[in-house]
Design a protein around this ligand. Structure first.
Ligand code: AMP
Length: 281
């Protein structure tokens, strides 16, 4: 496994590998890797001759600087995991390697950046799109893999790729969960013992809603989810929305749309968790 820090080094190794193998799969991460990341890596390896993973905690996507400072960092363990998965290149740049100057790229995100995560974390998706655009330009992958755990992010990246006419196939990978249903997340490490015990309630509530949803209106489903989450004394719902899974348009009825999704952000004590579930009619 080749570990590189500088974009020029990355380019050199990539040119060599690309002359030997067809197709490059790319998995961008912020490290503190878990089984959710591994599932993206396995798919990327399976589909492509070359598998590249980046580990970079992107300062531009944190609207809250204390969240950035507290973000878990486990580089040695990350490298062990990636080595065991047979990754070809790990790109671990510093911020100066990605942002040599203060310039920022901005994109037409088609309003996807103004709802839910975009509304509650102003500037977050500008930062995400900027870093992914830069990473795509450096790695020049044929396919890139993103988790449905960050469902809105997946659609933002698809939109950025479309608006910039990039020749990258953006592939979504299902959410990997703990045995008790909690969506795996690097942030779970920051939960207290008590919080960790209560956090799986988020998925239980989403599952229950997904099993009973057509009997209620979307607005009733949302109220019921908020009521059940806020009933738990450690949990507090920041938002719940029901969106069309293709367009991310918020819906107030069950007509049209083929795959609606319920998306939530929930505070568990001082840790912000997101999750979502697909609704199948
Ligand atoms: P992060 O390191 O949190 O930026 O995540 C890197 C990639 O892994 C993103 O595309 C995430 O959506 C994806 N990811 C994170 N957690 C999970 C999970 N539990 N299941 C599937 N994908 C995930």
């Amino acid at each position: 496994m080749i570990i590189v820090k500088h974009p020029a080094e990355l380019n050199r190794h990539l040119s060599e590998l690309k002359s030997l193998h067809a197709n490059t799969g790319f998995v961008p991460t912020m490290g503190a890797l878990h089984a959710g990341h591994v599932s993206l890596v396995r798919q990327a390896r399976n589909d492509n001759g070359i598998c590249v993973v980046s580990v970079f905690v992107n300062p531009r996507q944190f609207n809250d600087q204390s969240d950035l400072a507290k973000y878990p960092r486990t580089p040695e363990k990350d490298l062990e995991i990636l080595e065991a998965e047979g990754v070809d290149i790990v790109f671990m740049p510093d911020a100066e390697d990605i942002y040599p100057d203060k310039s920022r790229n901005s994109f037409d995100l088609a309003g996807l950046d103004r709802i839910m995560e975009g509304y509650f974390r102003p500037g977050h998706f500008d930062g995400v799109a900027d870093v992914v655009y830069r990473l795509f330009n450096m790695v020049k992958p044929d396919r890139a893999y993103f988790g449905e755990k960050d469902f809105q992010q997946l659609l933002v990246i698809r939109q950025m790729t479309k608006s910039e006419n990039l020749d990258v196939e953006v592939i979504g990978i299902p959410i990997v969960r703990e045995a008790d249903g909690l969506a795996m997340s690097s942030r779970n490490q920051r939960l207290s013992e008590k919080g960790r015990r209560q956090a799986p309630a988020i998925y239980r509530v989403l599952r229950q809603a997904s099993e009973t949803f057509p009997a209620l209106t979307p607005s009733e489903v949302k109220s019921e989810i908020i009521r059940q989450i806020d009933d738990n004394e450690l949990l507090s719902c920041e938002y719940v929305e029901i969106v069309d899974g293709d367009t991310m348009h918020i819906t107030d009825n069950w007509q049209g749309g083929n795959a609606f999704r319920i998306c939530v952000a929930v505070w568990c004590e001082n840790v912000r968790l997101i999750d979502n579930i697909a609704l199948t009619k």
